[in-house]
Design a protein around this ligand. Structure first.
Ligand code: NAD
Length: 370
């Protein structure tokens, strides 16, 4: 697909941008990730064939212009033949966790996409980088800042790019909120409210601290952190957190059931955040000097809806994961930095760790994020 066709496809996907948000149509080609298109599709290996890979990423890969699902890495042999048949994956491109490192000898694989439980992100990102592959790693980047540092270093040492699966950076409603925050389109932001809560079933790895690193804070709270930061257009300088009561002690022996936290920003504004595994909620609401605007739901794969006392925030739904992966392919091809780099993932893990520290100590934790 040539540059002009690709540009037209983006404009179709961001079709209502110009109508709904004056100024956003000026998003440059570079911001949209269109610069320097080349035709070669990059080969992707998915590692971890769970729900997100099966229901979102693999189907989204079929919608990409610049990527192709060529390999799978799984510890569950039963899954292999179904995936091979469905996505036409060659026998030589099927790996398990033991022989994964031999992927270095496979020139068809350009990018490894890590879609494993959180505590395994660091190991497989580092092994992928050492195998000479670029990496997309799911959120949260890792379960410690030390692991994030090691992941960034491994990719740098290997000369490979690292990006985090922050799909909402390719979603027009959320990116409109980000534009408003960055450019203070509606004046200074005075307050943000972010909620991401989902009921969690019992017995899953997300409730096992060793594998998840924590409860809803790690899994969903990271969206509140992300949303707060792009809504404000600046990094926070401090956090205060309080764990909610455990109404279901049997389900949550190991991780928090819910957390309330407040991110303080330079200039005195705050973002008030709630995340829970025993409730439902999905909101990013911003109050600015000239009015308010909100997304509810804000963080889903689709169905994102805007309301505002100001401009209408209303765009066609897009395939976020397809855009995210195509953008990374373009970054790799053109050696262009990704808008969702490992450094952003590490910044967020620092904040997640500070949330837990504040909940533990009962004190405000200062953040020095630059
Ligand atoms: P899942 O439980 O459905 O899948 C996890 C996969 O890891 C399974 O295939 C499982 O077999 C494999 N696995 C290997 N070792 C394991 C172990 N020791 N314990 C448990 N599973 C093991 O989980 P998921 O929902 O696909 O989430 C995977 C990752 O993707 C997580 O980091 C999650 O945060 C992230 N995710 C991101 C989004 C997003 O919107 N960006 C959405 C869902 C999940």
């Amino acid at each position: 697909m040539d540059y002009f066709h690709q540009r037209r496809r983006f404009l179709q996907q961001f079709g209502q941008v110009a109508i709904a948000v004056p100024g956003l149509s000026l998003l440059s080609d570079q911001v949209l990730g269109l610069a320097g298109n080349q035709d070669k599709k990059l080969g992707i290996a998915l590692i971890g064939l769970g729900q997100y890979s099966e229901e979102q990423l693999a189907p989204a890969l079929q919608e990409t212009q610049s990527c192709k699902l060529v390999a799978i890495v799984t510890g569950t042999p039963d899954k292999v033949s179904k995936w091979q048949r469905k996505y036409d994956i060659a026998d030589k491109n099927v790996y398990n966790y033991q022989n994964f490192d031999s992927i270095k000898n496979n020139p068809e694989v350009d990018i490894v996409y890590v879609v494993l439980p959180n505590s395994m992100h660091a190991e497989y990102t580092i092994r992928a980088a050492k195998a000479g592959k670029h990496v997309i790693c799911e959120k949260p980047m890792a379960t410690s800042v030390k692991d994030c540092e090691a992941m960034i270093k491994a990719c740098k040492d290997a000369g490979k790019m690292l990006s985090i699966g922050y799909r909402l950076h390719f979603e027009p409603h959320n990116m409109t909120i980000a534009k408003f925050g960055k450019e203070k389109v509606h004046g200074k932001i005075t307050k943000v409210r972010a909620i991401d809560s989902q009921e969690m079933e019992a017995g899953v790895w997300r409730l096992d601290r060793k594998r998840s690193g924590g409860g809803p804070v790690m899994d969903l709270g990271v969206y509140c952190v992300q949303g707060s930061i792009y809504a404000m257009g600046i990094n926070p300088v401090g956090v205060t957190a309080k764990e909610g009561p455990k109404t279901d002690k049997e389900k949550f022996p190991d991780v928090e059931q819910s957390m309330e936290f407040t991110l303080d920003f330079p200039g005195g504004a705050s973002s008030y955040c709630t995340t829970s595994y025993a409730d439902k909620g999905n909101l990013l609401r911003v109050e600015a000097e000239k009015g308010w605007y909100e997304l509810s739901p804000a963080y889903g794969y689709s169905g994102i809806a805007g309301k505002s006392s100001l401009d209408k925030i209303d765009f066609k739904q897009v395939n976020q994961q397809a855009l995210q992966m195509d953008d990374f392919a373009s970054c790799v091809k053109n050696r262009r930095p990704t808008r969702v780099p490992g450094e952003m993932g590490m910044r967020d893990v620092k904040i997640l760790m500070a949330i837990y520290e504040s909940a533990r100590t009962g004190k405000k934790v200062p953040l020095r994020l630059g």
